[in-house]
Design a protein around this ligand. Sequence first.
Ligand code: ATP
Ligand code: MG
Length: 383
Amino acid sequence: MEIILLKMGEMVLKGLNRSRFESSLLSRLRAVLAPYGAFGVSSRQSAVYAVPEGECDMDGAFAAAGRVFGFTALCRALQCGKDMEEIQQKALSLPGLNSARSFKVEARRADKRFSFTSPQICEQVGGFLHETLRLPVDVHTPGEVVWVEIRESAAYVHTRPAEGAGGLPPGTAGKAVLLLSGGIDSPVAGWRMARRGLSLLPVHFHSYPYTSPEAKDKVLQLARILGSWCGPLTVRLVSFTAIQEAIRKHCPGDLVTVLTRRSMCRVANEIALRNGAGALVTGDCLGQVASQTMEALAVTAQASALPLLRPLIGMDKEEVARTARRVGTFETSILPYEDCCGLFTPRHPQTKPKLEAVLAAEKLYDYETLEAETLKNIEKNDV
Ligand code: ATP
Ligand code: MG
C-alpha cells in the first residue's frame, strides 16, 4: 500500500503550543486531501501519515499536500510488514529506481525490536537492489536514495522526499489585512506571511470605471491561487474612485502617490480593526519605485496605527519573481490590466516627501468623510 508521509517543520519545537499547532496542521491537511479521496490522517512524533482508505487520487493528493504550510518535506512511501524479504521486494518496486544512474540506501530504525540494525538494513537492501537491478552503489553522490524506515506499526520505503511548503500552520500567528493589488509583489508578500502562520484578509482597491472589471477578476484569481496554499479567502473589494478623484483635484501633483497610499492605509486599518486583524501586509520593496524610498515608506507607515508588515522589503525583483512562479501567481500578475495606482500618477513624484507637507496637503480636503463613505460599500467575495 502507498501512503503519503510528511515531516512537520519547526513547530515541533513550540512547547506548550505544540498541540494547537499540530491540530491546525492536521485539519488543514485533511481539508486539502478530501477532494482526492478518503484518507486517515494521524501523527507520530514529527511525522504525519496520510493513509488512503479506499480508492484515492494519489497524484492530486500529493500535489495538494505539498501546499500545506507547516511541513518541511513529504514523500509517497510504500508500506509493508517488518520483514526483510518484503522490504526488499517493496524497495525493488519503487518508481524512479529504474532510471537512476546509481543509488544508496539510508535506514532509520525507530522500532529497536526489529532484528536488523540500521547499517545491516542498508547492507541487506542495498545488496539486494544492486544484484537485482545491476545498479551501482554511490554513497557520496547517489542518483537516487532509497529510504527504509522501520516504525512502530509498519515498515516504509521511499525515495528522496520532495520539499514541503515550509513555515507554520495556517492561522496560528493571528490575522492581518493584505493589501492586494494586481501586481507581482503583493501576492508574494501575502504568501510569505501566510507561510508564517498569518491568516489573510485581502483588501483590493479599485477605481471602476477607470479600472476595468477584468482588473478585479485578476485580483480574485490571484486570491484564489493564494487560497490554494492557505485555505479559502474572502476578498474585500473597495471602491477608491471618489477618493482618487478628490486627491487628483486637491492634492499637489508630486504628493498624489503618497496621499493615495496613506488613504489606502487608513481604510485598510479600519477594515482590520472591524475584523480583528492586528497588522497590514504590503508588497513594498525598498527602492523599487518612487513610492518605495525610505522617506516615502515612512510617511506611508505614519498613516497606519497598526504595524505595517513588508516581507519583501529587502528582496530583489528577481527573487520576488522566482517566488511568484513557485506560488503560481506570476502568470496572472503579468496580465496587462491596470491597477488604480497607475491612474493620475504624477510625472515627477516626490521621492523624499516630508511629513509636514503631506499633512498640510491632507488638510486641503475632507478625506476622512470620503473614507468613511467608502467603508460603507465594501464588496465581499469568497474565493
Ligand atoms: P505590486 O506588485 O504588489 O502591485 P508594486 O511594486 O506595483 O507592488 P505599488 O504599486 O507601489 O508597488 O504598491 C505598493 C503596495 O501597495 C502593493 O504591494 C500593495 O500591497 C499595495 N497596493 C497598491 N495598489 C493597491 C490596490 N489597488 N489595492 C490594494 N493594495 C494596493
Ligand atoms: Mg502595483
